[in-house]
Design a protein around this ligand. Structure first.
Ligand code: CAA
Length: 257
């Protein structure tokens, strides 16, 4: 697939995807969705890639779903097409994806960042769910994911007033894992992804699966799920290698077997 709205590159074992619709502040239209899904699927099936980073520009990660594309949509169109359902494909990838967010992450932009596994924010990042100002509401998961990240009170505040949260507030609230200077954002995110990509891929994928399960199940079920995955890692050569390397005071040589 030839990409028109994103750029992709590999940096060592990291797949880097950059949203690239600068004139529309990276607004997410159906082309961006198709290209993002294709890129993560491609990196997901590439054995040389261990983790991914999705980023935008210094001014905007993404200023939302494309309002101009949605403007004329009828209820019949929205319902029959199950508008936005395609974003579920983005969340299916089993390798970790870090969102590296600078500038605006609004509406669908904030929701895309939350679909990633964690968010590293630049000090100029601004997060918001301003759909209420357009006469609608979040439609790509904002009312659900934001509530799980920051709790009911702040999620209600964000979704009902449409106000933006700066990077410091986002870190305080648990929406982002860390804040870095805007000039270092991509480098820091790639460094974090490269660290993850050094580890044994099965343990990385199972860790992602287990943490995500915490959002969907009870504590008891989640603990049982975690233990089963933990036990299953003893079937991999990488468990023997990782523990032998520790005992022998050397770096492990993981083979993903
Ligand atoms: N969709 C389509 N185009 C957008 C866009 C969006 N979400 N956000 C910005 N643009 C376009 C603008 O229309 C403008 O294009 P033109 O030059 O052709 O007029 C260009 O990007 C630059 O934008 P501005 O001139 O507005 O830039 P600014 O610096 O003055 O303001 C901003 C920046 C505050 C982010 C402002 O652009 C803005 O408020 N954007 C809309 C934010 C928004 O409401 N997002 C939610 C969208 S709905 C949604 O996402 C639903 C959902 O749940 C998935």
């Amino acid at each position: 697939m030839t990409y028109e709205t994103i750029l992709t590159e590999t940096r060592g074992k990291v797949g880097l995807i950059t949203l690239n619709r600068p004139k529309a502040l990276n607004a997410l239209n159906s082309r961006v969705l198709a290209e993002l899904v294709a890129a993560v699927t491609d990196f997901g099936s590439n054995a040389d890639i261990g983790a991914m980073v999705v980023t935008g520009s210094e001014k905007a990660f993404a200023a939302g779903a494309d309002i101009k594309e949605m403007q004329a949509l009828s209820y019949a169109d929205a319902y029959t097409q199950d508008f936005f359902v395609g974003w579920e494909d983005f969340t299916r990838t089993r390798k970790p994806i870090i969102a590296a967010v600078a500038g605006y992450a609004l509406g669908g932009g904030c929701e895309l960042a939350m679909m990633c596994d964690f968010i590293i924010a630049a000090d100029n990042a601004k997060f918001g769910q301003p759909e209420i100002t357009l006469g609608v509401m979040p439609g790509m998961g904002g009312s659900q994911r934001l509530t799980r990240f920051v709790g009911k009170s702040k999620a209600m505040d964000m979704c009902l007033t449409g106000r933006m949260m700066d990077a410091q507030e986002a870190e305080r609230s648990g929406l982002v894992s860390r804040v870095v200077p805007a000039s270092d954002l991509v480098e820091e995110a790639v460094k974090a992804a490269a660290k993850i990509a050094e580890f044994s891929l099965p343990s990385v994928m199972m860790t992602k699966e287990a943490v995500n399960r915490a959002y969907e199940t009870t504590l008891g079920e989640g603990l049982r799920f975690e233990r089963r995955l933990f036990h299953s890692l003893f079937a991999f050569e990488d468990q023997k290698e990782g523990m032998a390397a520790f005992a022998e005071k050397r770096k492990p040589n993981f083979t993903n077997r």
